[in-house]
Structures are given as C-alpha cells and as structure tokens.
Design a protein. Structure first.
Lengths: 314, 625
C-alpha cells in the first residue's frame, strides 16, 4: 500500500504568492479576533474561583443562580458542562472577600437553593498567581522562539531559522485566533499545548529544510523553486503520515479525554493542521523570498591558479 | 552492514529488561492499608509501636496481609476496605483513647501491592497526582514583610535595652516601616551609639541623618540578614504546618517550598477543605511557667485535687507534673531555638535565644528560682503539652538559654523544632486552592488511560497495515518507548497528573515521526533502485540527522515549558522532555536492533516487507515476500 504516487515534483512554489496571501489573510483575521474579542482566560490566569458540582438528576441552573445571587455573589457564571447534571460555577476575584473561604460559602448557598450537590472540584487562584502565570507563559514563549532561531541558524542558515519561526508563530497566532473567535477557554493546559505545537511544528519545517539542504548539495542545475518543490514533494508522504499518526492520538484524546483534555486536544488539532500547511506553504516560500541559494550550502572550493572550470590541474 | 555487534544487542536487551522491571510495579495496583504515625513531635513510632499495632489487631482477630515500619510510621496491609475500616477503628481506639487529644495519626492509606523483591530494587509505582487520586492542594504565600516587621520589632526592643545597659541617652527608638530610627541630641552620643551597635548587632546597616539637635541613626537589615530571616520564616512555617497537618490524619501529606516565599501543601484523600483550612490557619503558642513542687501538692493533684493556681500535665517520659497557671514568658519572646551540644559536658542540648525583654524577665525568674524547675509548654487549641521541664541551675542572663540533660540528639532536635514550630514566623495566606473529588480522580485516570490506549491501537493498526514488517518494528519500538518512559517516570518517582498522561499520549504520537521518517527513507532508497540491505543502511543513516534536528527543536520547547511552567504545565513538560529522549533511543537504536535481527543476517536479501513500493512510470511491484 502506498498512498502517494507522485510522478514528478508538485510545483508548490508556482503558487507561493497565493498561499502567502491566504496565510496573511488568516493571520490578520486571527489578530483581529484576538484584538477584538480577546482570549477567554481560565481562572488560572485571571484569578477567581471555579467550582464544579455534580447533581444526581438534571440540575436547575436558574435556581442555583438565584440562590447564589441571594447570598450576595455578583458576576457569577453558572453553566452546564459535559452533562446536564454537571454544573460549573465561576466567581470573579473580589478584593473585600476572604477569597479562600468562597468554596465553602458557595456550597452552603447551594445547599439551601438547590440541595443535593456533591462537590467535584474547587479551584481558587489568587491575583498574584494569575499574573505570574501570564508572565511566565510569555517568558516561555520568548525562550522557545530565541532557542529555536539560534539552533536553526546554527544548524542551517539564518534564512531558514527566520522563515521557520515566522511560519510557526503564524500557527500559534492562528490557534489563538480560533480560541478568541469561538471564545474557548484558554487554560494552562492549552498554553502547554500551544508551546508543544511550536516545537512540533518547527520540527516539520526542519524536515523539509533538511531535504532542501540535501537537494542543494546533491543535485546541480536546479533553480531554487525547483529545489524547494523537490524537497517538499519527497517529504510530503512522511509529512502526511506522521501528522496523521499524531492526529490519531490527539483524536483519541479528544474522544476519550473528557472535559479536562478537550481544549488541550483541540489546540493540538488546530496546531497540527496548520503546522503542515505552514511548513509546506509558508516557511518554504519565505525561504525563497529571503533569497536562499545553492551557494549558501556549498563551501567555496579553493581556486587553484590556472585551473579549468572543473578545478582540475595537472 | 546491517549487523549490530553483540554488545549493542546486550545494551538494548538490558535497557528493555530494566524498563520492564521498573514499569512492573505500576501494574500491581494498590491494596487498602492503615497507617499509624506520630501525631506529635514528642512521640516516636518505633518497633514498640509496631508490636502494639500487631497485638491490637491480633486481639480483635483482624487478619492482616503483613505490617511494617518505615519512616512515616507503621503500615498495615489489609485485604479489603471493610477490614481496613475495622482495623482503623480498632487502632484509633487503642492509640488515641482520648479522642479530644490524639497522640497518633491513624489514617487510611493505599499501599502498592507490588511484591517485596521489586520494592527492594527501588522499583516503585509512579506517584499519582492529586487530580488522579483526589484531595486538596493549597499554595500558601508567606508574608515576608510580616516576618521582617516582627524581627524589626524585637530588634528595636533589643536596641532599647542595649542603650540602657551602656547608658547612652537617646531620644527614642522606633520602627518606621522597614527601618529602625534612633534619635539623638548630640553627635558624640550618636558616634558612641554607632560604635556599640556595630559591635553588637552585625545584622544592621547603619546610616546617619539629620542636623543640629535632631540627629538620627537609621538602622536597616543587611540583605544577607534579610535573606536569612526570610529563609527561616519559610522553614519555620513549614514545620508548623507539618505539626498541624498531622492532626488531619492524612497518610502522605506533601509540604514543600516553592520559590522563595511560597509553600505547597497537598493533602491526598482529604475532602473536608473547611477543616483543613481551619487547622492550617491556627496559631499555637509557647509558654514558660514554673513547676509547682510544693511537697504533697502533686499527690493531691493526682488524687484529683489540684491546688489553686496550678494544673496537671504529663511530661514526655510519662511522669505527672504540676505546673503553675501563671505564665512567665510567652513564645513571642523566643527568637530562635537550635539543637546543639553543651560546651562542657558535650551532652545534646537545645539553645534558645530570647529577645531583650524576654531576656530580662528570664534573668529575674532564674535568679529567684535557682534549684527549681520550669516547664516549657506548647499550647494548641487551648490544650497544653509539656515540651520539657528543666531544672534551673544558675541565674541566666543575656537571653541565651541552654536546656540540657538526659536528652538524646534526636530529642534535642525534636524539642528545638517544636519550640521553633510553636507559632508561625510570619502570617500566611492561601493564594491557590484546588480540591478534586475522589470520583473525579478515578475518572481522570480512566480518561487518560483510554486516550492513550486507543490512540496507540489506532497508530499500530495503521503502521502495520501501511509498512508491514517495518510497521511492526515501528510499533514495537513505540511500545518500548512507552515502556522506557513509564520506567523512567517510576524510577524518578515523578508525580503523574492528567496533563502528564496527555503528554505521554502526545509523546507517543510524536515519537512515531522518527520511525515514519526512517521507513519513508528506506522506501525511497528502494524506489531509487538500492538493494534492500543498502536501503536499510542508508535509510537509517540519512534519517538520523533529520530525527536529531527535529527532536532538538521539540526539546527546546519542552525545556522552556519546564523552566517557566508551574503546576499542571510542569507535569506536562517533564513527561514531554523525557518522552523526546526515550523516543530517540527507541526509534533509532531499538528499531534498528530489531531490523538487524530480522534482516541483517540474510546474505541474499531479495526484498523486505515494507509495504508496496511504487515507482513512477512502472507498474506497481509488490515487495512483500
């Protein structure tokens, strides 16, 4: 069985401009949604209290809301998640209250308003923790970018490292754009997924670049776009199969992983899809625009005086 | 060319065997157990406790699956949860006859049921995180400003008495924010005071300020002293927390420092967060009182008629002790307690440091009561416990007190800890709380397990279908990767969390990349007309560079997560990084060993089973044998 029966190199680079324009539009859309709607951060980042309760029969959200409002809680979000029996209650951070005691007082309020709730999970995050997490998250992102740029510049060439990182930041922004557009909850595990995607997706570009370098070295007389086309074509089967396999795993998480892993798996899914797209259709054209050529990989041979074109002397 | 020397096979076989052994304990599951540990630092669990547990259970004819003593206390393995509950009740009655004053912690626990020989090899199951076993997680922030202020307050009192002793006239000593301000009327006094302070208080940094008759000396804490105070504050608070948590009856509480000023408290299995918070936030106080040794008073007290103004207490050795109700000194006056040795007799001793006001009171008390005994009591929840009751030998001045005599080194350590841990060094605040119900924990395990299982199954099916024999090799390599990863996590005793399981699944999904790269390369070589042996050789050879590059970039992201991640992200990052390392070994070395074993010995290898090789322009030829 072989899925990819490709007669000759697919001319990806002929349409490079089109792909880049598409990329730019998606990217700008993602930025727009990020700026316009913003991310829906989980309590881990914003600080606040999250309480998950479970009822033995379908929960009456209205009653719960009423009960909590009566007890003096404002700005509460009460919603079902997973099933109609599971309820998630979110409370914003408040200065004047002893936030550490909120969990108990909410349970007490629930007992009178809608009895029969069993506590599943409480998460309380103070303001300083949330701020720190956001700072650490950005630091981690920065470290990844710098680390990858340096490594690729060392192993390949600066043109490759710059295009790889641009292509992958484009993935990251698009994932974030999805989260902003659908207002999916952006939690710590999603952040982990995003950073994992960054590493994973660079890995994809590396495989293509590796082939580009090899082709430049081995095959003479090809133009840069032809080299890139050849490199992409000869790795395309591996690209699809690998990502397909990873996606199988992520899909399994999406199906069996439940609520906690849901957004984690979702972020990975988007990351994988755009990872393929960006390394093939964003990173490679960028390398081309940046003017990579054969000379960058062939060490200049010492010219011997009086030698002919092939460098032969007697 | 596709043969490994014997030593390489041996290494692979050894790695697989080691991986298998260290993964094994995770499969035995856990059996119910009861744990008896000390509830107070003054009580030790030793072989006697073990005997007592055994006798108590035998007396009530409860069958055990073995019991043993370790650093945490005595643990008893039981066959089911019913017997576990029964045993707990029996032991609770036996060890804590007075329920209002528990001496021991009798807690339900789960013990790994892996056989002893594995435990002897230090092959232990992974430790499950709170999100998988249920429990409470607190992150406490120590108020360092509070600790420093407290220290500065006691320092200003010290300075006042120092000035008095040296008869230096000052215009007032006050703490203003994070510094102490001493006022003077003339420069000479200030110079004199400065010299004295420099000699006596090495922790203070002095600066002069003011003119004319309004002269000031500003004293701030040196950065090193500040750091020491903060470190001590965190340590002391952790000690206090430890003592308090013991009362909750938690089998394996985790109390660790995080960063410079934070403490993580994890209480597996605890559901009652209200009680937990109550206990964590409680304050304990230390009191020094005199022992009432009026002849006949003790006997009367034992008979039930304690004299007016005195209370009965039990000493550590078990002897009754009559202590006066009047409090001589409280713990606020104690600045430090350290275990050490007596200078002359070299006996273990506890060295106490009192602040100046405390030192003055202590001096008076000891002068008036030479030859009598004083009692140091720890008061918690309105109940007191005698930590130690030494005899006063001489008048003690200077605020340095030494308690010695008939103490072992360990006892001296415990006493010092107890004295230090009496109260919190600085106020603490809960800044993060997570409570996970036990059913949610079990669900999370199932979810994580199923995700990994089905993902793995799907990948295996596809790989074998697509790459035939090489697919099988890849799957075996992937399985060995899983084996190594779990073995490594068990060996490191890493805490497994749900994000950790997700990271395992993801690591597998990503590790297959290396094998796909190799297999595609081999196919490509075959397509270009290479002989099977040569194709295998060049395939592995060429793919390696790519595999290395792509794994290192992924590793960079993993390390960034490890450095900056906290909580759940950290768990994810640890597994992610380890997974990349194990995948390098399994995808390249293990799979190569397998391929070599299968194909390497055949001289005339016509074709290999790597699925159909399609060549452009030709009719498809199958290369399956």
């Amino acid at each position: 069985m072989e899925f990819f029966r490709i007669h000759k190199d697919i001319p990806f680079m002929r349409h490079a401009l089109v792909f880049n324009v598409i990329s730019l539009i998606t990217f700008l859309l993602a930025v727009f949604f990020l700026a316009h709607r913003g991310l829906h951060f989980s309590v881990e980042f914003t600080g606040g209290t999250l309480i998950e309760v479970n009822y033995s029969q379908a929960a009456d959200l209205e009653k719960i809301r009423e009960g909590l409002t009566k007890s003096g809680y404002t700005d509460i979000a009460v919603q079902n998640f997973g099933s109609s029996r599971d309820v998630m209650i979110r409370l914003p951070l408040k200065e004047e209250q002893n936030s550490a005691k909120i969990g108990e007082s909410v349970m007490a309020a629930l007992d009178t308003a809608a009895p029969g709730a069993t506590l599943r999970r409480v998460e309380f995050v103070g303001p300083q923790v949330g701020k720190e997490l956001a700072e650490n998250g950005s630091m981690a992102l920065l470290l990844v970018i710098v680390g990858i740029v340096l490594y690729l510049a060392m192993r390949f060439e600066w043109r490759f490292s710059v295009s790889a990182i641009i292509a992958n930041l484009h993935d990251i922004v698009i994932i974030l754009g999805f989260f902003a557009f659908f207002q999916w909850e952006f939690s710590l595990s999603v952040l982990a997924a995003v950073l994992a995607v960054l590493g994973y997706s660079v890995n994809e570009s590396v495989v293509v670049f590796d082939r580009v370098r090899e082709t430049f070295k081995k095959v003479r007389g090809l133009t840069t776009p032809q080299v890139l086309d050849h490199a992409i074509t000869s790795t395309i089967s591996r690209t699809i199969i690998t990502h397909g396999c990873t996606q199988l795993m992520v899909l399994s998480m999406l199906i069996f992983g439940g609520e906690t892993l849901h957004y984690f798996a979702l972020a990975l899914t988007i990351g994988i899809c755009f990872g393929i797209y960006s390394s093939v259709l964003v990173a490679s054209p960028l390398v081309m625009w940046l003017g990579v050529s054969r000379e960058h990989f062939i060490k200049p041979k010492k010219q011997i005086e009086g030698a002919n074109d092939e460098g032969a002397v007697v | 060319m596709n043969r490994y020397p014997l030593w390489k096979y041996v290494i692979v076989a050894f790695a697989l065997l080691t991986g298998f052994i260290y993964t094994l304990p995770n499969f035995f599951g856990e059996s119910p157990a009861v744990q008896v540990s000390s509830g107070k630092a003054t009580i030790k669990t030793d072989l006697k406790t073990l005997e007592r547990v055994e006798m108590a259970l035998k007396g009530a004819s409860v069958d055990t699956n073995g019991l043993f003593l370790d650093t945490n206390g005595v643990k008893v393995r039981l066959k089911d949860t019913d017997t576990q509950l029964k045993a707990r009740d029996i032991l609770e009655k036996q060890f804590n006859p007075d329920a209002s004053d528990p001496q021991y912690v009798v807690a339900l626990n789960l013990l790994s049921s892996s056989p002893q020989w594995l435990t002897n090899l230090h092959a232990l199951p992974m430790y499950l995180g709170l999100d998988l076993r249920g429990g409470v997680h607190f992150l406490l922030q120590v108020d360092m400003k509070g600790a420093v202020t407290k220290r500065l307050d006691s320092l200003s009192a010290d300075l006042r008495s120092l000035m008095r002793d040296k008869t230096i006239r000052h215009g007032g000593i006050n703490r203003e924010g994070e510094r102490i301000v001493i006022r003077f009327r003339d420069t000479d006094t200030r110079i004199k005071a400065r010299n004295i302070l420099e000699d006596n208080q090495p922790d203070l940094l002095l600066t002069e300020q003011g003119e004319g008759t309004d002269l000031r000396l500003l004293a701030t804490l040196k950065p090193t002293a500040l750091k020491k105070i903060q470190e001590l504050a965190v340590k002391q608070n952790m000690g206090t927390l430890h003592n308090r948590i013991n009362e909750l009856g938690v089998a394996e509480p985790v109390i660790t420092q995080q960063g410079a000023d934070r403490i993580v408290v994890q209480l597996p299995g605890v559901q009652d967060t209200a009680k937990a918070k109550d206990i964590l936030g409680r304050t304990a106080t230390l009191e020094i009182r005199m022992v009432d040794d009026t002849p006949g008073a003790l006997e009367a007290a034992i008979a039930g008629q304690a004299p007016f103004g005195a209370e009965m207490y039990v000493e550590r050795g078990g002897q009754p002790l009559l202590v006066k109700k009047q409090v001589v000194l409280t713990g606020d006056r104690l600045t430090d307690a350290q275990a050490g040795f007596d200078n002359q007799s070299q006996e273990p001793a506890v060295h106490l440091t009192l602040d100046s006001a405390g030192a003055r009171i202590f001096k008076e008390i000891t002068r008036e009561n030479v030859g009598k005994r004083m009692a140091i009591l720890l008061i918690e929840k309105g109940k007191g416990e005698v930590v130690t009751a030494p005899v006063i030998r001489t008048e003690i001045g200077g605020g340095r007190v030494q308690i010695s005599g008939r103490m072992s080194t360990m006892e001296a350590n415990d006493t010092a800890l107890l004295l230090r841990a009496g109260s919190l060094a600085a106020p603490m605040e809960i800044i993060e709380e997570r409570t996970i119900g036990p059913s949610l924990g079990a669900e999370n395990i199932a979810k994580g397990f199923h995700s990994t299982l089905w993902g793995f199954a799907a990948i295996s099916l596809f790989m074998i279908g697509y790459y035939m024999m090489f697919g099988l090799v890849s799957v075996l390599a992937l399985a060995s990767n899983l084996l190594f990863l779990i073995a490594l996590l068990s060996l490191l005793q890493a805490t497994l969390t749900l994000p950790g399981i997700a990271a395992i699944a993801l690591a597998l999904g990503m590790a297959i990349d290396s094998n796909v790269l190799i297999n595609e390369r081999i196919r490509e070589e075959l397509r270009n007309g290479a002989s099977p042996q040569a194709a295998i050789y060049t395939g592995y050879d060429r793919a390696f560079g790519t595999i290395l590059d792509s794994n290192i970039t992924t590793l960079i992201a993993g390390i960034a997560l490890l450095v900056f991640g906290s909580g759940p992200v950290r768990g994810f990052a640890v597994v992610h990084c380890l997974g990349i390392l194990t995948s390098l070994f399994s995808a390249v070395v293990v799979s190569r060993a397998l391929v070599n074993l299968i194909y390497g010995r055949r001289r005339k290898l016509e074709s290999v089973a790597i699925g159909q090789i399609w060549k452009p322009g030709n009719t498809p030829t199958s290369s399956v044998n």
